[in-house]
Design a protein around this ligand. Structure first.
Ligand SMILES: NC(=O)c1ccc[n+]([C@@H]2O[C@H](COP(=O)([O-])OP(=O)(O)OC[C@H]3O[C@@H](n4cnc5c(N)ncnc54)[C@H](O)[C@@H]3O)[C@@H](O)[C@H]2O)c1
Length: 361
């Protein structure tokens, strides 16, 4: 088991490994009542062991269930969670445990941020994406009909539990999509160890073996922790480097009406970003091609599914992205791998990058 500390005030740990669930007991000992927010498909295999750890902590438990998908990540769900928490007698000094992926963490985390003006929360991550990214850093939010994650709050957890045995029940496509974010960390300058692991045996992570996953998940979580601690409120731009590959990814998700899962879209977005950086002569051809090697090696798509959108349509969507400042902004590597935001690259470089991921103008 490994501990990654998020060096904020107060600091907290991301505990990674088989058996990390045991961490729930010390984290919640002394709390009178705990509300566990989860989903049916996750509760079935994993609620029992969570309840055992909470019983050992001496807490009374209420279980609150939300719907299975992104469409349930909304203010209506938050309102219902807060009402059910009130009905169960949850008070300011009590705690919330989210047991799930990014949807449960974002929705339950936001409810915890606003209920009684903020109650303590612990995230038990059950997807690869949540273990390395969504559960770390305190960003919580829900969607409005007008857009994704438009209402939210920063609310740092007491701790994050990444018990790798919980990944066994995750549907294959969700697991693979999580590897899209692993590819992002592998291609970051701090990702040398992850990169080496993947290049040595790209299919090593397919079996979801906790022993093989542990160093990789802990290394990814450590990068997130370091970036988050350097820019906790997303003000300096440092945290934006975690959006490597995401500019095109968000446009692909919208254009394809979410046919591509987030991590799959990030995978293609990374290949695009590599080619864009290559066309701008920021990186060597070998560094550019490493993007395709890592993404393809992990069994993820390296090109846009045919018929998704034209380059003009994707450019239009990218200009309207909520993180855009009106123009086009890409997080791109330079020769030493450092990621920086690049505004409005020339059309010829964009064309070359689009062609490389199979999109014609
Ligand atoms: N807060 C952040 O910093 C942050 C960062 C990245 C993404 N996100 C958000 O995360 C969400 C995506 O999260 P996700 O990719 O974790 O997917 P998810 O939470 O939607 O989970 C995917 C599906 O898998 C099921 N599932 C999850 N864990 C399971 C398990 N162990 N066994 C069986 N089924 C399981 C869920 O019920 C769900 O149907 C998006 O809403 C995104 O906006 C937030």
């Amino acid at each position: 088991m490994r501990r990654v500390t998020v060096a904020l005030d107060p600091p907290y740990d991301v505990v990674v490994g088989a058996g990390a669930l045991d961490e729930l007991t010390p984290l919640l000992t002394g709390r009178r009542r705990v509300a566990v927010v989860t989903q049916e498909a996750i509760a079935r295999p994993h609620l029992g062991p969570v309840l055992e750890r909470l019983a050992a902590a001496g807490a009374e438990v209420t279980v609150l269930t939300i719907g299975p998908g992104e469409e349930d990540k909304n203010l209506g769900t938050v309102g219902r969670l807060c009402r059910e928490a009130a009905a169960s007698g949850l008070l300011r000094g009590d705690a919330v445990v989210t047991l799930g992926g990014g949807v449960v963490g974002d929705t339950g985390g936001f409810a915890a941020a606003v209920y009684h003006r903020g109650v303590a929360v612990v995230h038990v991550a059950t997807t690869l994406l949540a273990m390395i990214d969504a559960a770390i850093g305190g960003k919580t939010a829900v969607n409005l009909p007008e857009g994704k994650n438009l209402v939210g709050a920063f609310h740092q957890p007491l701790g994050v539990v990444a018990d790798l045995t919980l990944l066994a029940s995750l549907p294959e496509r969700e697991y693979r999509a999580g590897l899209g974010e692993v590819a992002k960390y592998a291609l970051m300058p701090q990702g040398g160890a992850i990169r080496a692991e993947i290049l040595t045996d790209p299919s090593a992570l397919d079996a979801r073996d906790p022993g093989q996953l542990e160093p990789v998940v802990a290394a990814c979580a450590a990068i997130t922790a370091e970036v988050v601690a350097s820019d906790p409120f997303e003000r300096t731009g440092a945290r934006a480097t975690l959006n490597y590959g995401h500019t095109l990814a968000h446009a692909l998700e919208t254009a394809g009406d979410h046919d591509l899962h987030h991590g799959e879209a990030v995978a293609v977005g990374l290949v695009f970003a590599g080619h864009l950086a290559g066309a701008l002569e920021r990186i060597t051809p070998a560094h550019r091609d490493l993007h395709t090697e890592i993404v393809g090696g992990l069994g993820l798509p390296t090109s846009v599914p045919p018929g998704t959108a034209t380059s003009a349509e994707l450019l239009d969507l990218m200009r309207r992205d909520k993180k855009s400042h009106g123009g086009l902004t890409f997080v791109l590597p330079d020769s030493d791998g450092t990621l920086t935001a690049v505004d409005d690259p020339p059309a010829a470089a964009l064309d070359a990058a689009f062609r490389a991921v199979g999109v014609e103008s």
